[in-house]
Design a protein around this ligand. Structure first.
Ligand code: 5RP
Length: 232
């Protein structure tokens, strides 16, 4: 079973016509985009705001109409992937390097739906190296400040050169011990000059669509998460 396809497609059921949709980045949202593209072809009307040049390219190829923050004030629903999801719906994101635009879109959205295969579910955040977007100036100084928080940053490289984000910045992948206080960590990282933002998304996800051990799609919701894990 392709879990990414199952959860990625499931998210489309929560959309309505004539709304603005934040379009996330990654191999799970890829399936959301493919299904949305088919619906648009059949006359379904939505406007998307992409979180990366990669997603903008896919959406354009699928003829999904795109809009921008110049044209709209609010996003109705954003759908995005995640690298880790805790039981309190705290997230690590940015494995694809799009965390800054993803966070801007998530913050502007009335509702954030995360699509994540079951391998992303964790008891504690921190096994996945935490992506941190930094400006290229003063990298070594920024890294030293980050190390003082007890984490170990490495510049993300592609083919021997630093990976460059859509915003012209670098990504530091930070090996962390178990992140016991994610909200503080998110804040402390963002207080360091040179850090643009980091991949901790705390208190942002409203719903996570994932799979249980029996390979059934389940929905975890923030407000009622303990009592409301719904089997689909
Ligand atoms: C990109 C992200 C992605 O949403 C995250 O890496 C999950 O990707 P995938 O669905 O490919 O596993 O945060 O910056």
């Amino acid at each position: 079973m392709n879990e990414k396809k199952a959860v990625g497609e499931k998210a489309v059921e929560f959309l309505k016509e004539d709304i603005v949709v934040g379009l996330g980045t990654g191999s799970t949202v890829y399936y959301t985009l493919q299904l949305l593209g088919k619906l648009v072809q059949q006359g379904y009307s939505i406007k998307g705001i992409p979180t990366s040049s990669q997603t903008a390219k896919i959406a354009t190829e699928l003829n999904i109409p795109l809009t921008s923050f110049n044209e709209i004030d609010e996003i109705d629903i954003a759908i995005d992937g995640a690298d880790e999801v805790s039981s309190s719906l705290e997230l690590i994101k940015g494995g694809g390097g799009a965390l800054l635009r993803e966070k801007i879109v998530a913050k502007a959205a009335k509702k954030l739906i995360i699509v994540a295969d079951s391998s992303k579910l964790v008891d504690w955040l921190g096994s996945f190296p935490l992506p941190v977007e930094i400006v290229p100036f003063g990298v070594e100084a920024t890294k030293r400040h980050i190390q003082k928080l007890g984490i170990n940053p490495e510049i993300r490289m592609v083919d021997g050169t630093p990976f460059i984000t859509d915003n012209g910045n670098y990504i530091l992948d930070c090996a962390c011990p178990k992140i016991l206080a994610p909200h503080e960590m998110e804040h402390d990282l963002n207080m360091i000059p040179g850090v643009v933002d980091n991949g901790l998304f705390i208190g942002m996800a409203d719903m996570v669509i994932t799979m249980d051990r029996n390979k059934e799609v389940i929905i975890m919701e923030r407000e009622k998460q303990v009592t409301n894990t719904i089997h689909q």
